[in-house]
Design a binder for this molecule. Structure first.
Ligand SMILES: C[S@@+](CC[C@H](N)C(=O)[O-])C[C@H]1O[C@@H](n2cnc3c(N)ncnc32)[C@H](O)[C@@H]1O
Length: 285
C-alpha cells in the first residue's frame, strides 16, 4: 500500500496531529470495511496457535484495529501493542476501553528500530502480529531476528502487507474516460511488492505459509463505511497524482472526489472493494 511517495504516511517520527488523525481514520475505516477478512485471518491464527494463547505482541499497532481483533479472537490473551506514536496509542487505549478489553490490552510506546527492552518485558509471546508495518522499519532482517527472540519456541509470527490501496470504482464512472482508477494506480504505484519469505527464513523462522488473500466485497458486504473509506483512499492517491496523471483524468478524479458533485464517491452506490493482502505465517521451531 505504498508508492515511492509512501502512501502509508510517514514513519511516525515527524507526523503532525492532523496526520495522525487522518491515518487513524484511514486505518479504522480499513478495518471496518475489511472486517470479514480480519475475522477470517484471526480465525486462521487461532487454528494455528490455539485459542488459549496467553501473550500476543502487535508490532506497529497504530490505533490498534489488529490488537482489538486479536483480543476479541483470543479471549485469554494479554495483547501488547507497540507503536512509535503516542497519539495512535492513546486512541488504541480509548478503543480498548470502549470495547471492554482495556484490562487485556496494554501499550508500549517504542521505536522498533531501537533496543526492545520495553517490548521484552511482557514476553515471551505466543503470537506476534505485524500488519502493514515491516516495510516501515529501517532494518527488516534485524526486526525479524528480534521478533524470533521474543517468541516462545513453537510460537507464530503473522506478517501482513497490502499490495496497494484497494480499488473501488467501476470501469466507467460516468465521468471522463473509462479506466481512470487503473491509470491512477499505474501512475502512483511504482514499487515492487514486499517480499519477506527470505528474511523470515534467514532469521530462523520456518515459513509455513505465504498466503495472498484476494479480497472482493460488494457494497452490501463492505457496509456503510465503504464510501468514506473509498473517498479517503482516493484523496490520498490524488495527492500523489498531480504530476503523473493526464489533465483530463485529474479533472475527472476531482469531480469524483467533490463531495457535493452528482458522481461523488461520497454517495454513489456502485462502489466495491478489490484488493490483495499477503500474509506470511512463520513459526519459531
Ligand atoms: C501503516 S500503519 C499500520 C498500523 C496497524 N498495524 C494497522 O494495520 O492498522 C504503520 C504504523 O507503524 C508505526 N511505526 C512506523 N515506524 C515505526 C517504528 N520504527 N517503531 C514503531 N512504530 C513505527 C506508525 O506509527 C504506524 O502506526
Amino acid at each position: 500500500m505504498s508508492t515511492h511517495h509512501d502512501t502509508h504516511g510517514h514513519t511516525g517520527h515527524e507526523r503532525t496531529g492532523e496526520a495522525d488523525g487522518a491515518m487513524t481514520r484511514l486505518l479504522e475505516l480499513d478495518a471496518e470495511v475489511l472486517a470479514p477478512h480480519l475475522a477470517h485471518l484471526t480465525g486462521l491464527l487461532a487454528q494455528r496457535v490455539g485459542l488459549d494463547a496467553a501473550r500476543i505482541l502487535d508490532l506497529g499497532s497504530g490505533p490498534g484495529t489488529g490488537s482489538l481483533a486479536l483480543a476479541r479472537q483470543f479471549p485469554a490473551a494479554q495483547v501488547t501493542a507497540v507503536d512509535i506514536s503516542p497519539p495512535l496509542l492513546h486512541r488504541l487505549r480509548e478503543q480498548a476501553a470502549a470495547r471492554g478489553v482495556a484490562d487485556r490490552v496494554s501499550t508500549v510506546q517504542a521505536n522498533v528500530d531501537e533496543p526492545w527492552t520495553k517490548i521484552a518485558e511482557n514476553g515471551p509471546y505466543d503470537l506476534i502480529w505485524a500488519a502493514s508495518f515491516i516495510h516501515h522499519v529501517s532494518d527488516p532482517a534485524r526486526t525479524f531476528t528480534r521478533a524470533f527472540g521474543q517468541l516462545r519456541p513453537g510460537g507464530l509470527i503473522a506478517v501482513t502487507e497490502m499490495d496497494f490501496f484497494p480499488r473501488f470504482l467501476p470501469e466507467d464512472t460516468g465521468v471522463g474516460r473509462p479506466g481512470l482508477e487503473a491509470r491512477l494506480h499505474q501512475a502512483t504505484n511504482t514499487r515492487p511488492q514486499h517480499e519477506w519469505t527470505g528474511a523470515l527464513t534467514d532469521a530462523g523462522f520456518v515459513v509455513e505459509e505465504r498466503r495472498p488473500f484476494e479480497i472482493r466485497l460488494d457494497g452490501a458486504q463492505a457496509g456503510p463505511a465503504l464510501n468514506a473509506y473509498a473517498r479517503l483512499c482516493l484523496v490520498k492517491l490524488r495527492s500523489h497524482a498531480t504530476d503523473v496523471l493526464a489533465a483530463d483524468d485529474l479533472a475527472a478524479l476531482d469531480a469524483l472526489l467533490d463531495e457535493t458533485g452528482p458522481q461523488s464517491t461520497a454517495h454513489r452506490g456502485d462502489l466495491s472493494v478489490r484488493t490483495t493482502r499477503t500474509t506470511w505465517l512463520a513459526r519459531r521451531p
